[in-house]
Design a protein around this ligand. Sequence first.
Ligand code: GUE
Length: 297
Amino acid sequence: MTTVIDGKAVAADVVAKVRVAAEQLIAKTGVVPGIAVVIVGHDPASQVYVASKGKKAKECGFHSIEHALSSDTSESDLVALVEKLNADPAIHGILVQLPLPNHIDAGKIIQTIAADKDVDGFHFTNVGKLGTGELDTAFVPCTPAGSMLLIERALGRDLSGLNAVVVGRSNIVGKPMANLLLNANATVTVAHSRTKDLPALCRSADILVAAVGRPEMIKGDWVKPGATVIDVGINRLDGGANGKSKLVGDVDYASAAEQAGAITPVPGGVGPMTIALLMANTVVSAFRAAGQAAPRF
Ligand SMILES: Nc1nc(=O)c2c([nH]1)NC[C@@H]1CN(c3ccc(C(=O)N[C@@H](CCC(=O)O)C(=O)O)cc3)C=[N+]21
């Protein structure tokens, strides 16, 4: 029997814990966790994300602000805003939505964010801490961190002896995902567009993570029977009901679900976990700022 991993339910669980932690921090220290989201221009994926984020931050009892800037905002103005948020004691988490318009150097903006407010986990300091296993003081990127929680819950055991294949080598998902799996004692292979015989490699995976951004690329006959399949893809396609677009992952769900032991759906899998882990990182940041031992998620 295939288990459909309910990312929405696990995310709700995480959010409930974040809320309790925030209440405890406020009661003990008066520090209210604060998050700032900055969006430049009108990327549709970013807009979807911003809307749910504001709602979740409220649910968690956070102070939440949003800066929506026009697409012609200059790089220096954006740097100045990030520096202002770095210096604002009411803000513990800063997230600048990606992608940014082409005239802005995204790398420069990310490295301007104070590492101890970088709840996306993209700053070199946090990337380095994840790479060296300093997870107590790092911020881990939300999508891989959320995927890891789903994997832990699905398997309910240490990953020693298991083969993990991560398809995709991005800095925001593939690479941090590989590091998390390695930290958890899995044997990890990172595949990408130049990998030879990708289907055969995928078939060797006990844990298969798809993060390539290609709709339904990974087919059922690429999946080892009983494998845990985590679909990070969120692709918007035409042809949904009533002329609307529909969301599909990087995995061909119908055929993969026949093989997998456990699989995440799209929507309702990794997506909600990304937002939940953003809330978790933010409350952790507030605990650290208040000099309190941070909870774990
Ligand atoms: N600095 C930065 N950090 C990000 O983490 C980031 C970003 N920029 N830019 C945009 C992407 C996109 N992203 C999503 C997160 C959750 C859902 C999500 O909750 N999806 C729901 C479905 C939503 C729907 O129905 O449209 C689901 O999968 O069930 C979607 C998209 C985070 N991103």
